[in-house]
Design a protein around this ligand. Structure first.
Ligand code: TTP
Length: 185
């Protein structure tokens, strides 16, 4: 069986990949995640590729997986908030509305790359500013796209999810599992 490397600093991705039963090394890519002026899907796919490729260059004998998650509300891309004010702006933009969560994944194995993405739709209930500010105090929003964690207290904001819960958390499980099994076996 080939060595599998998760090119990520995201604890969520480590947890999901472990849940799927894979054994792997974790090597964060450290890539700059500043977003360019293209469609959100393209941004996520490019970043997922960049993360995998950056690590794969040093471990060409391994299978490397990287991913990128973005929240899109009203056509605007929401990455990770830089400060409390930005977290509040993001959460206000999500309150009472539907948004999309895009997670793109890139797997590089024996020099071949596979890139795919999945989109989940999420509806938040209306949330008062007071509650949002209390949430920001918990520090849960910090390293999360869109300033919330569906797997944490952020779940209390969610009215509906259409699609894969794990796409929202950072790694779509169905396709990732199948592709990794195929390339590793
Ligand atoms: C929307 C949402 C995002 N997230 C997280 C998943 C990702 O870790 C993060 C989005 O940022 P990413 O840039 O996709 O990932 P990252 O910087 O945390 O890790 P790396 O690039 O090293 O792989 O937001 C949640 O944990 N829960 C959620 O509900």
């Amino acid at each position: 069986m080939k060595l599998l490397i998760l090119a990520s600093s995201s604890k969520r991705r480590v947890d999901i990949l472990r849940m799927l039963g894979f054994k792997f090394l974790v090597i964060p890519s450290g890539v700059d995640e500043s977003v360019s002026e293209c469609s959100p899907i393209l941004i996520a796919r490019r970043l997922a590729f960049k993360k995998s490729f950056t690590v794969w260059k040093d471990y060409k004998y391994a299978t490397v997986i990287g991913a990128d998650t973005l929240v899109v509300a009203d056509g605007k891309v929401l990455g990770k908030p830089k400060d409390a004010e930005q977290a509040l702006q993001m959460l206000r933009a999500l309150s009472g509305r539907w948004h999309s969560v895009i997670t793109a994944v890139c797997i590089i194995s024996t020099g071949k790359r596979i890139v795919f993405h999945d989109i989940a739709r999420v509806k938040f209930r209306h949330i008062e500013d007071k509650e949002l500010k209390e949430y920001i105090q918990t520090s849960e929003p910090w390293d999360k796209a869109g300033a919330y964690a569906v797997q944490g207290f952020g779940a209390t904001f969610v009215e509906k999810i259409v699609g894969d819960f794990y796409t929202v958390m950072g790694l779509p499980v169905g396709k990732t599992y199948k592709l990794l099994k195929d390339v590793l076996d």
